[in-house]
Design a protein around this ligand. Structure first.
Ligand SMILES: [Fe+2]
Length: 184
């Protein structure tokens, strides 16, 4: 329903690809919410869907160039964002916070939007740390499927920090990956 509403607002091919990515991330977040204290399935889905809202706006304004930078933020979650800032003078997190405020998202979600590309995961309240870890792991699961075996070292370390936060074993992540693949 929310995903359909987003599609009506933003409906170019470049934007639809990002919405599809966000829907897959939201699906994984909902599955991972079982392992995060105090985060409901609905909240998890919502943050998965909205965490890259700033990327939707950038893709709407810059359809020619932005898809490449969106891919970079996925394959290299830290340095990809530096390249995005160099190119556009801002990041999809900063724009996402402005949109999130307009959409009246709760403050915890704004924190997750702000920090979902931060390498460390050990800051903020427990719920925020749990949600950040959930969004990061979900992104890595989705990216790994769409990017194949091309996973950078910085992506691996970003995933490891998030995995430690939730004390998840690799088998749980494999299981969520299988559920996502079977739903595609
Ligand atoms: Fe992002």
């Amino acid at each position: 329903m929310l995903a359909a509403a987003l599609k009506n607002i933003f409906n170019t091919r470049e934007v639809l690809e990002i919405i599809e990515h966000s829907k897959d991330v939201a699906f994984c977040c909902a599955e991972l919410s079982e392992y995060v204290d105090g985060v409901s399935r609905d909240e998890a889905y919502l943050i998965g869907l909205f965490h890259n809202g700033g990327a939707l706006l950038l893709a709407t304004k810059e359809p020619e160039t932005y898809p490449k930078f969106f891919s970079l933020t996925n394959s290299s979650p830290i340095s990809g964002v530096h390249k995005e800032i160099e190119k556009y003078g801002t990041s999809h997190m900063d724009i996402g916070i402005l949109l999130g405020q307009r959409w009246k998202l709760p403050v915890e979600m704004l924190n997750v939007i702000m920090h979902h590309h931060t390498e460390r995961n050990d800051m903020g309240q427990e719920k925020i740390r749990g949600m950040m870890a959930m969004v990061k792991i979900s992104n890595m699961i989705v990216n790994e499927i769409s990017l194949g075996s091309y996973i950078t070292e910085e992506a691996k370390s970003y995933l490891k920090n998030a995995q430690q936060e939730l004390l998840l074993d690799p088998e749980t992540i494999n299981q969520i990956r299988r559920i996502l693949i079977s739903s595609l």
